[in-house]
Design a protein around this ligand. Structure first.
Ligand code: GDP
Length: 534
């Protein structure tokens, strides 16, 4: 295994072999297809087609609702563990639809690396750029897969240039495509000096892997016809001259991304990418926390909740908290300290997520993702330890961009609505604000589709029809400051004040002008668009 300054050679072998990552991409670039091929080569599924397509962006509203009802499957796909070539891969799913970007941001706090999938014909698209920026904030290492090379795609240098320019990151080719579209034959693997040829007949296998001694090896001519061969030799020479060579340390620091070219649907280039994740991807990393950071090799167990999913089984009203293990060796039945409430918690039924199933997790190591079923005690941002009062930091909560009032269809059931909304707020599915003046709630989300999903879930899971309607407000900001200053501000602005589900004070308005004015008139207060969870 790689032994560089940044990877941590002192890690116990079980931790060192873990690779915990997410795939980021613009909808339709091929994330689902690539995931499926990972699972296929990881031995987690027998044939492609078992993971259901999750292209949320293409789905109609009713499809989406159905998906929500059928949460068993979409949830088991939220985190997937499988073994590949001696590594344990933990792949954490991110929703592709931009309306759920907050969920994605939080997911990215639970991984050590990201695989960025781009469509060879389309290059860097809007959602790729957004997600990339989040990875950049955390200096997450990024490995790039340029997909759909079996279709007409852009010139290879142009794709690399676009990534370098648009995302301000050095790009180094790990493989080089030979031909494209109908003429796409495969790739020259620049790291292993091998020819990888694509099998168009069988989408689940790769045709041939041929070891050659560099590009002047006569065997090249046996497999690649003249014009394509000349082009390949010329381009690789140019690439070696013009593009930076692979620097594993720069990759781990997030300054350089290696790029593989391939075709996920043809299983092509996928194994090389997986080998790359193993060799160049980071081992479990140090986790930021207060009052001290957490190193994965510490013998004591710590973990944190980055996602909560409620009502996975509507009959049981259970909730599963997705926990990223930050250190140590966890064993089933351990009693952990729930730091926020200072209460002990016996973790007797933790689950491990496999491709289409979940099973009891007998153990887990730093880097793993486990699910802990609970009745609502565990919230996003919570830390679990063996006793020490540590608090994992850096899990953001964003100010919602859309606000609507929410009322129960049946006024007699208003109390139930209260409970349902609180639950979704704790799940991180929405922000729920209780205005100081007036009745009802104001619900805030990042994307409009979330309102529809919420209304549907409240109806299905609580038997409660609800109505969303317009509010006079369009923005919400958390108010921070000394207690007296906040209280003074609140008493003068009651019509604009609400509390969130944690009881924190929020200022709501429809005018940016108001926000600017408060910043000017109240230097002792800050209005912020994010707050850390907890
Ligand atoms: P996602 O939205 O990013 O999850 O994308 P999907 O994996 O659902 O793929 C979007 C579409 O592109 C589907 O119709 C796939 O069959 C197709 N697709 C995925 N990979 C490839 C590829 O390598 N070549 C071609 N031609 N199509 C692909």
């Amino acid at each position: 295994m790689l032994d560089t300054a940044h990877n941590r050679p002192t890690l116990p072998a079980e931790i060192a072999r873990r690779r915990t990552f997410a795939i980021i991409s613009h909808p339709d670039a091929g994330k689902t297809t690539l995931t499926e091929k990972f699972l296929l080569f990881g031995g987690a599924i027998q044939m492609a087609g078992q993971v259901r397509a999750k292209g949320e962006a293409r789905r109609t509203r009713s499809d989406f609702m159905k998906m929500e009802q059928d949460r068993g499957i979409s949830v088991s796909a939220s985190a997937m563990s499988f073994d590949y070539d001696g590594y344990r891969f933990n792949l954490v799913d991110t929703p592709g639809h931009s309306d759920f970007s907050e969920d994605t941001y939080r997911t990215l706090t639970a991984v050590d690396a990201a695989v960025m999938v781009i469509d060879g014909a389309k290059g860097v698209e809007s959602q790729t750029r957004k997600l990339f920026e989040v990875c950049r904030l955390r200096d997450l290492p990024i490995l790039t897969f340029c997909n759909k090379m079996d279709r007409e795609s852009r010139d290879t240098f142009e794709i690399i240039d676009e990534i370098q320019e648009n995302l301000a990151i050095d790009v180094t080719p790990a493989s080089w495509p030979i031909g494209m579209g109908r003429d796409f034959l495969g790739c020259y693997d620049l790291l292993c000096n091998r020819l990888e040829l694509m099998d168009r007949a069988d989408r689940n296998r790769v045709a041939g892997s041929i070891r050659i001694e560099g590009l002047d090896d006569p065997r090249l001519a046996e497999h690649i016809p003249g014009p394509l061969r000349e082009k390949l030799i010329e381009e690789v020479e140019m690439a070696r001259e013009l593009l930076p060579a692979l620097d594993p340390k720069a990759v781990l620091e997030g300054h350089m991304t290696p790029i593989w070219f391939g075709s996920a649907i043809n299983s092509f280039g996928v194994k090389e990418l997986m080998n790359g994740i193993g060799t160049y991807g980071p081992e479990p990393q140090i986790q930021a926390a207060e009052p001290r950071q957490i190193a994965p090799e510490e013998p004591k167990v710590t973990g944190f909740v980055f996602k909560v999913q409620a009502n996975m089984d509507p009959k049981h009203r259970d909730r599963v908290a997705f926990v990223r293990m930050a250190s140590g060796h966890f064993r089933r039945g351990m009693k952990l300290n729930h730091v926020r409430t200072k209460k002990p918690m016996a973790v007797s039924n933790p689950v491990l997520f496999l491709a289409s199933d979940r099973e009891l997790a007998e153990e887990a190591w730093a880097g793993d993702i486990i699910g802990i079923p609970n009745h609502g005690q565990l919230r996003i941002g919570d830390t679990l330890t063996e006793g020490e009062a540590l608090r994992v930091t850096g899990i953001p909560s964003f100010a919602p961009e859309l606000l609507q009032s929410c009322r129960a269809g049946d006024p007699m059931k208003a109390k139930h609505l209260d409970k349902a909304l609180m639950q979704f707020a704790e799940e991180g599915a929405a922000k729920v604000f209780k205005p100081m003046i007036g009745s009802g709630f104001i619900v805030g989300v990042v994307g409009a589709l979330q309102f529809e999903v919420l209304a549907s879930r409240i109806e299905i899971e609580y038997g409660l029809p609800v109505r969303f309607g317009p509010t006079q407000f369009t923005s919400a900001r958390w108010v921070h400051g000394e207690k007296a200053a906040v209280e003074g501000f609140v008493s003068k602005n009651k019509g604009h004040i609400a509390t969130d589900n944690d009881g924190d004070i929020v200022y709501m308005t429809r005018l940016q002008w108001d926000i600017d004015r408060i910043a000017r008139d109240h230097p002792d207060l800050t209005l912020s668009t994010t707050k850390e969870m907890q």
